[in-house]
Design a protein around this ligand. Structure first.
Ligand SMILES: *Cc1c(COP(=O)(O)O)cnc(C)c1O
Length: 348
């Protein structure tokens, strides 16, 4: 049986969190002299002289309506990258614990593991970019705390088989972190509705991709109340600034706009794939459930440099294991995609 108490770091189990002025008084008052703020105001039109809500209640309430998950099951981070780091700091003892990564995948898991001095056990995806469940089962030991599964996966673009993730959730005694940064573009269902089913599930999402708010730095973790409570204790008290909270709240009213962009991105993706297949330097394009495609080419470095010299930047992923020859291309606006195709016409 999964028991969160078994995987918590001892120092976190007993951690008394910082208690801010806003934690200690939460009602409405007319005079606030408790937080050493500048009572006169800010030298701006917008006023930011007060500390923001540490638990971001308004934003979570709106997210709760959109996602169908209660606010108490939502954690907000300064980007999902902060949520990833907080998972390491809450559950992994530096120098002794380990995590399982399934490359090729998102690079921050490895960086965060290294910063926190946590051993990485690598179990590469299969040739079809799916989980090697046997390999993962062999790699797990008593000190394995987290498994990161990115679906749709970055940089390959495909979704990971749902039943395989369910197998991990049902058998692993640590946390299974399902990173759904690209879920809005996917044909697959989110794992967010499975939170009541699996106590060891953490779903990561972000406002940085489909929502068009990468500059605001807002990432979400969805998990059991118990896990969210730990993450809230470990996070910096005011991790989401007031401007980001206000702008996110405004943006979250505009779902229709975002859904239209998603539709357009998917139709542009399909068009781009068809066109790219005509080039003889394109060997293969992997099926994508995301807003980017991984394109296997005869000459990744040459294509990358040629595009750079024409002011177009893609990502050369050819040095990444299982991605030989590959460049990753984000789907742009119709005009940008057209420019990419026209530029490639004159390659070589
Ligand atoms: C872009 C991306 C993120 C986003 O991180 P933020 O810190 O929320 O911007 C997370 N996971 C994956 C796999 C990504 O590609």
């Amino acid at each position: 049986m999964f028991d969160l108490q078994n995987i918590l770091r001892p120092n976190i189990k007993t951690l008394k969190p910082y208690s801010s002025a806003r934690d200690e008084f939460q009602g409405e008052a007319s005079v606030y002299l408790d937080a050493n703020e500048n009572a006169f105001g800010s030298p701006l039109e917008q006023q930011y002289n007060r500390y923001p809500d540490p638990l971001q209640f308004q934003v979570k309430k709106r997210l709760s309506e959109i996602k169908g998950v209660p606010p108490r099951n939502i954690f907000l981070g300064n980007g999902s990258d902060e949520a990833i780091d907080i998972l390491f700091r809450s559950f992994c003892n530096p120098g002794t614990d380990n995590v399982i990564l399934v490359p090729p995948t998102y690079g921050m898991y490895e960086v965060s593991a290294n910063i926190n001095d946590i051993e990485i056990k690598r179990v590469p995806l299969t040739a079809e970019y799916q989980l090697n469940l046997e390999g993962i089962a062999e790699a797990i030991d008593d000190r394995t705390k987290l498994i990161f599964v990115c679906s749709p996966n970055n940089p390959t673009g495909n979704s990971i088989n749902r039943e395989d993730i369910e197998t991990l959730l049902a058998n692993f005694k640590g946390l299974v972190v399902v990173d759904e940064a690209y879920i809005n573009f996917s044909r697959q269902k989110s794992f967010i509705q499975e939170l009541t089913e699996y106590a060891n599930l953490v779903v990561l999402q972000t406002l940085s991709k489909a929502w068009g708010l990468a500059g605001l730095r807002i990432g979400m973790a969805f998990a059991s109340e118990e896990i969210i409570e730990v993450m809230n204790r470990v996070k910096p008290p005011y991790n989401i600034n007031e401007a980001s909270q206000q702008l996110a709240l405004q943006a979250l009213q505009n779902i229709d706009q975002v859904n239209n962009w998603i539709k357009e991105t998917l139709s542009e993706r399909d068009k781009l794939v068809l066109q790219l297949k005509n080039f003889d330097f394109v060997l293969d394009i992997y099926p994508s459930d995301a807003n980017f495609i991984l394109v296997k080419t005869t000459d990744p470095r040459g294509i990358y440099n040629y595009l750079v010299s024409n002011g177009i930047i893609v990502r050369d992923r050819s040095k990444v294991e299982l991605c030989e020859g590959a460049v990753r291309i984000t789907i742009g606006t119709p005009a940008e995609n057209q420019k990419l195709l026209e530029t490639l016409q004159t390659y070589q």
